[in-house]
Write a protein that binds this ligand. Structure first.
Ligand SMILES: Nc1ncnc2c1ncn2[C@@H]1O[C@H](COP(=O)(O)OP(=O)(O)OP(=O)(O)O)[C@@H](O)[C@H]1O
Ligand SMILES: O=P(O)(O)OC[C@H]1O[C@H](OP(=O)(O)OP(=O)(O)O)[C@H](O)[C@@H]1O
Ligand SMILES: [Mg+2]
Length: 282
């Protein structure tokens, strides 16, 4: 039985469960459930605080976890990222009141409030900056207004929280984060159950970001058409009853589908269709 940690609350929780559901796994029906067994798929899900997930996975008690890259790095746990999941994107940044500091080089002697002490302490040490770090559980923006710190280091998604607090980001982003699948450093990378789980999630990622495109084109335009739709391996080409015409089928990135359809039409292709992909194994 594969044992998997899933965020039980917060920004990553809903999207992680939705992705697992899309991959065909049973998920909890209400937020108070802490463990869900999915015997048909040979998997047991443990719903845990996102900050704790790397620690459980590093201990080897759980095989795999879904958490944020920033949370993994902050924990310092011996676990590694094995698959980025393309949701829960954020940056981790310093911010302050305008005029306080231009960047980390000005932080010497100041106090930095954060919920991510591990990341901040490491970053300051790397830059050789002698500043104090105070740990707060949340709402760190208010620490500046109340004089507990001069600088904060926090997750920035839209930037609304900073704007509302009258703060501005300073320096380069410390890191960029998204939800990731993690595995303990000591875990067996060849574990077939874990590999099947990863293939399912990769299938969801592909199904979300690609569409299937079909079109007809004249044989003499085929090479130029195929250059627009190279597919993942290579497109399927079938003869049409009408001599001199072929049908082409290829996967294309969903974001580029409309532009590709315009370009194919210009080239003389017709009956250009896209259909969504529900599931996939590459
Ligand atoms: N707007 C956001 N606020 C906080 N975390 C975010 C946001 N967008 C993405 N994330 C990511 O979610 C993870 C943090 O989730 P976590 O559940 O610990 O905090 P949270 O969403 O702020 O929830 P809460 O503070 O209510 O417990 C990190 O990986 C972070 O990068
Ligand atoms: O850039 P934004 O889109 O505004 O998102 C980032 C903010 O959201 C989170 O706070 P949350 O609402 O989780 O409250 P918390 O500080 O209590 O964790 C995070 O700590 C930032 O404050
Ligand atoms: Mg929060």
């Amino acid at each position: 039985m594969l044992r998997i940690a899933v965020p039980n609350k917060g920004s990553l929780s809903g999207a992680a469960s939705a992705m697992l559901h899309e991959a065909g796994y049973r998920q909890r029906k209400e937020s108070k459930e802490l463990v869900v067994l999915d015997p048909e798929n040979g998997v047991e899900f443990f719903y845990l605080r996102p900050k704790d997930i790397a620690i459980y996975v590093a201990s080897g008690k759980l095989d795999i976890g879904i958490t944020g890259r920033d949370l993994l790095l902050d924990s310092g746990a011996s676990a590694e990222e094995i698959l980025p999941l393309n949701f829960g994107r954020s940056t981790f940044r310093y911010a302050t009141k305008p005029g306080t500091a231009k960047g980390p080089e000005d932080f010497t002697g100041m106090t930095i409030a954060t919920s991510y002490e591990g990341i901040v302490a490491k970053h300051l040490a790397e830059q050789g900056i002698d500043a104090s770090v105070v740990h707060l559980d949340g709402a760190v923006e208010t620490a500046i207004q109340l004089g507990v710190a001069q600088i904060i280091a926090d997750v920035v998604e839209t930037g609304t929280s900073l704007r509302n607090a009258g703060l501005e980001v300073i320096g380069e982003p410390i890191l960029t984060s998204e939800a990731v699948v993690i595995r303990g450093n000591g875990a067996d990378a060849e574990n077939p159950q874990a590999q099947q789980f990863l293939r399912r999630l990769q299938g969801v990622l592909v199904a979300r970001s690609y569409v299937m495109m079909d079109y007809d084109c004249r044989a003499e335009h085929l090479e130029r058409a195929v250059a627009l739709t190279p597919g993942l391996e290579s497109p399927t080409i079938s003869p049409l009853h009408n001599e001199g015409w072929v049908a082409v089928r290829a996967m294309v990135p969903a974001k580029e589908a409309q532009r590709i359809m315009d370009d194919l039409y210009e080239l003389g292709a017709r009956a250009i269709l896209t259909t969504s992909i529900h599931a996939c194994r590459l």
